[in-house]
Write a protein that binds this ligand. Structure first.
Ligand SMILES: [Fe+2]
Length: 370
């Protein structure tokens, strides 16, 4: 693992555009995923210490490099995931002779602006599929979606790299295991913050505390509000706040608005592998985007299943590379087709409720398939 020089890359002045932890300080680590062929640059991104790593992948291609999911401050396959495109304008100015490929249907909120207004040079940009696909001798491209989300659309483009037998996706499939990602070695604060039970507990650094904090971050990022998490009444929160030695920004002044049930770890069974990553459709997408468009997801997986010698998966979040073969792909298909997929475990209540509310408000349209 190589740490990208801190003084060069740590500061990112555009953070107010998308104010996520760790704000203007961005530490980036560089890892070689496939020797001499694929590298990843990883950063941490999150809200209120619910921080998860995010990855840009760099692949060696004929005459250069292909960058997937650009990161600040340093080809864009997702239409809706803002966190995966915020770095593109700066990147396209630094590399001013690069070719840019975008996922169809780029949108901005609250008003839809033309690409150049968003800082993406339209002269050098092309739309994937509508204007072809790059490096067709080295990659097979496939699209998940588009789906109509009301405010915009969900679509992501994945590609299979023949020579390394790797499948590259953005958000749709992830593999989660119990080891905290390496990037937390530089600042384990988010892990230590969430490894506590109450606001008056100090942030203590140990392997166990880091692992416990990581498990809770995984639950937050998978379910937004996990089923075994309670929000205590304000009176109780303040009772344990502002204690001596915890009156600082790092500890959020002892304000800790969470109360976990004793058996909170049982929620991890379905989403986290112990030593090997548990491969799954990202839980948030399962409940917010795919409840009524199972067939779109299945069509995409069937397409992926045709990459016969596929060996690895490299997503933009969580573990990478992950062993991923057509058998693993078939397992996902079976799961989606099983009754389990439609069942409502306690942990998904919040997301399902949110989906229902958005639907009732008319934000999610009746017909989601485009
Ligand atoms: Fe993402």
């Amino acid at each position: 693992m190589i740490v990208v020089d801190e003084t060069l890359n740590k500061k990112w002045n555009w953070w107010p555009l998308f104010p996520l932890y760790p704000y203007g300080k961005k530490k980036t680590i560089l890892r070689e995923l496939i020797p001499d062929q694929i590298w990843s640059l990883e950063q941490i991104q999150g809200l209120y210490y619910v921080a998860v790593p995010i990855r840009m992948t760099v692949i060696k291609v004929d005459n250069g490099l292909m960058l997937i999911n650009p990161l600040p401050p340093i080809i864009l396959p997702s239409a809706s995931g803002l966190e995966h495109k915020i770095g593109l304008p700066a990147l396209s100015r630094i590399f001013n002779d690069t070719e840019i490929w975008l996922c169809p249907g780029q949108w901005s909120f609250p008003i839809n602006l033309p690409l150049d207004f968003l800082g993406i040079p339209s002269k050098r940009s092309r739309i994937l599929f509508e204007e072809g696909t790059p490096h067709i001798d080295s990659f097979k491209w496939s699209s998940l979606g588009p789906l109509n989300l009301g405010l915009g659309r969900y679509q992501e483009i994945s590609c299979f790299h023949y020579s390394t037998k790797t499948l590259h996706v953005t958000d749709a499939i992830v593999g989660i295991d119990s080891t905290p990602p390496e990037i937390f070695n530089f600042d384990p604060t988010p892990l230590l913050f969430h490894s506590r039970e109450r606001g008056d507990e100090p942030l203590i650094d140990s392997i166990e505390q880091r692992k416990k904090g990581w498990k809770r971050l995984v639950l937050f990022s998978s379910f937004l509000k996990p089923g075994k998490l309670n929000i205590p009444p304000l009176k109780k929160i303040f009772k344990y706040s502002f204690k001596k030695d915890l009156r600082n920004w790092r500890s959020h002044f002892g304000i800790y608005p969470f109360l976990w049930d004793e058996d909170w770890e049982s929620s991890l069974v379905e989403i986290m592998g112990k030593d090997t990553p548990k491969i799954q459709i990202a839980p948030v997408l399962q409940k917010l985007i795919f409840p009524r468009s199972k067939e779109v997801l299945l069509k995409w997986l069937e397409n992926i299943k045709s990459f016969e010698d596929m060996e690895y998966l490299i997503p933009a979040h969580f573990t990478a590379p992950i062993k991923f073969t057509i058998e693993d792909c078939q397992k996902l298909i079976n799961e989606i087709n099983s009754q389990k997929w439609d069942k409502l475990p306690e942990d998904n209540k919040f997301l399902m409720g949110l989906y229902k509310k958005l639907f009732e408000l008319g934000i999610i349209p009746e017909e989601v398939n485009l």
